[in-house]
Design a protein around this ligand. Structure first.
Ligand code: SAH
Ligand code: SF4
Length: 394
């Protein structure tokens, strides 16, 4: 399916140039864009690089939100910045904390739209699951987000803003003058683009935001700690390797075109053969280790021994690990979770073929924060059950 151009996107572009308050939000600008913006308010070409570095570090290393506290800039320059720019993050509307410590934030972005962000604490690390779109153009039949129409793409600022607001909530910015924040394990050590939306249908904004997350003078997460999950937008896979270089996860879920067409309808456009060809090239180009194959376990749909054996055969030659995801149910879902014995038997076949086959432990289920359960409450554009079944070819 072609990505639809959301009607509201143009409006957003205009808004970015001419925001209501006349101030340009500098969160999410690339280094080059920030440079142009600073030159636009009178910084000389000669000084531009240094000024970009200074502002960048305040924003993304120290996490400050006021120009006035950027003490290595002159008072006059700080006033000029405040006159033209702002530092704005998406607004946290609600925060739910699960009994297992998972935190789910509902955040509001420009236009009143809402997306969800999930923080999953683990021992000595923690993963933030971020969203790239409001809703999704794709209609994977087992996914709650897929029942919500695409409203619009998030801007780069709204994507990196999710990381920044989570660091706010975790109190993880270093105190100016008191250490650099480099000590000890990080609470937010990994990012996964596995929230709402298809990141490769919002490529440029996702790329720009992840470049900010990886920049050594700011949040400084290694590219190996960022995983982008795609349903299989084949032409953008090599761009991900070239232009982002992060780890790749692929929503595989089916081992024949017939099954995958139903579960992940983008397969009708780029089938298993085309997808596997693109995946085989990925680790070489991006220098990454293994591709994660995500495989949702749906009772009596894709969970037989035969499926497991086919899966192993298909991915032969690709450095891979297979992440088995017990299906997370949502109201009206047309599937059931496979029994745990079945999941275990499936995992064993893959493991015995030489692949890691971890079974993902659902996190934050009590707050509907588990994979595929995200959907913003205010965007109830839910299709009818009939339509979900029709899309799934049931
Ligand atoms: N659009 C991207 C990223 C978001 S989905 C993609 O499809 O890859 C993140 C992961 O959650 C995907 O692997 C998706 O297939 C999986 N998922 C979606 N709904 C799910 C559900 N109800 N239960 C378990 N996993 C689900
Ligand atoms: Fe969109 Fe991913 Fe859900 Fe498919 S699984 S509908 S691509 S968010």
């Amino acid at each position: 399916m072609q990505p639809q151009t959301p009607i509201t996107q143009d409006v957003m572009t205009i808004k970015r140039i001419l925001p209501e308050d006349g101030l340009t939000n500098i969160v999410g600008l690339t280094r080059d864009q920030l440079r142009d913006a600073l030159i636009g308010v009178g910084v000389t070409e000669k000084q531009a690089k240094m000024r970009v570095n200074q502002v960048w570090q305040w924003l993304y290393h120290w996490g400050v939100r006021e120009f006035d506290v950027m003490t290595n800039l002159s008072k006059d320059f700080r006033a000029t910045l405040a006159e033209h720019f702002k530092i704005e993050l998406p607004e946290v509307v609600t925060k739910d904390v699960s009994t297992d410590g998972t935190r789910k934030y509902l955040v509001r972005i420009a236009g009143g739209h809402e997306v969800e962000v999930v923080y999953i604490p683990e021992k000595d690390r923690g993963t933030l699951c971020i969203s790239s779109q409001v809703g999704c153009t794709l209609t994977c039949s087992f996914c709650h987000t897929g029942t919500q129409k695409l409203v619009r793409n998030l801007t780069a600022g709204e994507i990196i803003g999710q990381v920044m607001l989570a660091r706010d909530d975790l109190n993880e910015w270093p105190e100016p003058g008191q250490g650099t924040g480099d000590n000890g394990p990080r609470l937010l050590s990994n990012i996964v683009l596995m929230g709402m939306g298809e990141p490769l249908y919002n490529f440029e904004n996702v790329r720009d935001a992840m470049k900010i997350a990886m920049d050594g003078e700011g949040i400084a997460l290694s590219r190996r700690r960022i995983t982008l999950s795609t349903s299989g937008v084949v032409p953008e896979i090599h761009r991900t390797a070239n232009e982002i270089g992060c780890m790749l996860a692929i929503s595989f879920h089916g081992t024949t075109d017939e099954i995958r067409d139903k579960l992940v309808p983008i397969n009708k456009k780029w089938n298993l053969e085309k997808l596997l060809e693109a995946l085989a090239a990925y680790p070489k180009v991006s220098n990454s280790e293994r591709i994660t194959f995500e495989y949702v376990m749906l009772k009596d749909v894709n969970d037989s021994d035969e499926d497991a054996r086919r899966l192993v055969k298909l991915i032969e030659g690709i450095p891979a690990k297979i992440n088995l995801i017990p299906f997370n149910e949502w109201p009206g879902a047309p599937y059931k979770r496979s029994d745990s014995d079945r999941i275990k038997a499936f995992a064993d076949i893959i493991y015995n073929a030489g692949y890691a086959s971890p079974i993902r432990r659902p996190r934050g289920e009590d707050i509907m924060a588990a994979c595929g359960q995200l959907k913003s409450a205010t965007e109830r554009a839910r299709k009818s059950r009939k339509q979900i079944d029709a899309d799934a070819g049931l």
